[in-house]
Ligand binder design. Structure first.
Ligand code: FES
Length: 199
């Protein structure tokens, strides 16, 4: 187990095994570890090379890696750390600090449930429980089958319609009282099952 400390605040343990091994504990603990393909590694190298001599290179690199790959793999954090003279733990600390960064690939369908105050008071937690049950995705994680990501978000700016959720970019207001939100998830689940059966 490797231990990383960040500014005395974060301490992360990352197991020192080959993370592609079935028994690797890291994924369970929130670290998405899988062998990246050559193209993804080349993309990371290009981004690092492009930004390493700029001011504030770490954030720029992280943004680009996330835009290109959809998430920030641990290999990218290692390469960015090396290029910027930081430790992997420091780069990890930056990734954890900013809510827009994610260390896990997103599912095919992304569901956002607002957990801002107005939505929370109007029952957003019940919506999260419902989505977890329907999709198998835990909050801020992706389902095992890779189909759904469930993200709790801050205020989406539509408090008058609380609780508010988004499915693949489409807004649903009053999502607890109206059946539109759950019906849409059920529809997607049905379609994905059908597509899976045909494949
Ligand atoms: S608190 Fe949810 S939209 Fe504002």
């Amino acid at each position: 187990m490797l231990k990383f400390h960040f500014a005395g605040i974060f301490m992360i343990d990352i197991c020192a095994t080959n993370h592609a091994e079935v028994n690797c504990c890291c994924k369970e603990r929130g670290f998405y570890m899988e062998k990246l393909n050559g193209e993804a590694l080349r993309t990371i190298d290009e981004i690092v090379a492009r930004h390493k001599n700029q001011a504030g290179p770490c954030i720029e690199m992280l943004h680009e890696v996330q835009n290109e790959l959809g998430y920030i793999p641990f290999e990218a954090m290692e390469k960015i750390a090396e290029a910027t003279g930081s430790s992997a733990a420091e780069v990890y600390g930056v990734v954890m600090f900013y809510a827009q960064f994610t260390t896990e690939p997103k599912g095919k369908h992304v569901i956002n449930v607002c957990l801002g105050t107005a939505c929370y008071v109007k029952g957003a937690q019940q919506l999260i429980d419902r989505v977890e049950k329907l999709t198998g995705a835990k909050v801020n994680r992706t389902s095992e089958d890779g189909l759904f990501s469930l993200d709790a978000t801050r205020c989406l700016g539509a408090c008058g319609l609380a609780p508010v959720c988004i499915i693949d970019g489409k807004y649903f207001g009053n999502a607890l009282a109206s059946s539109d939100f759950t019906n849409e998830i059920r529809r997607i689940v049905r379609e994905e099952k059908k597509a899976g059966a045909k494949a």
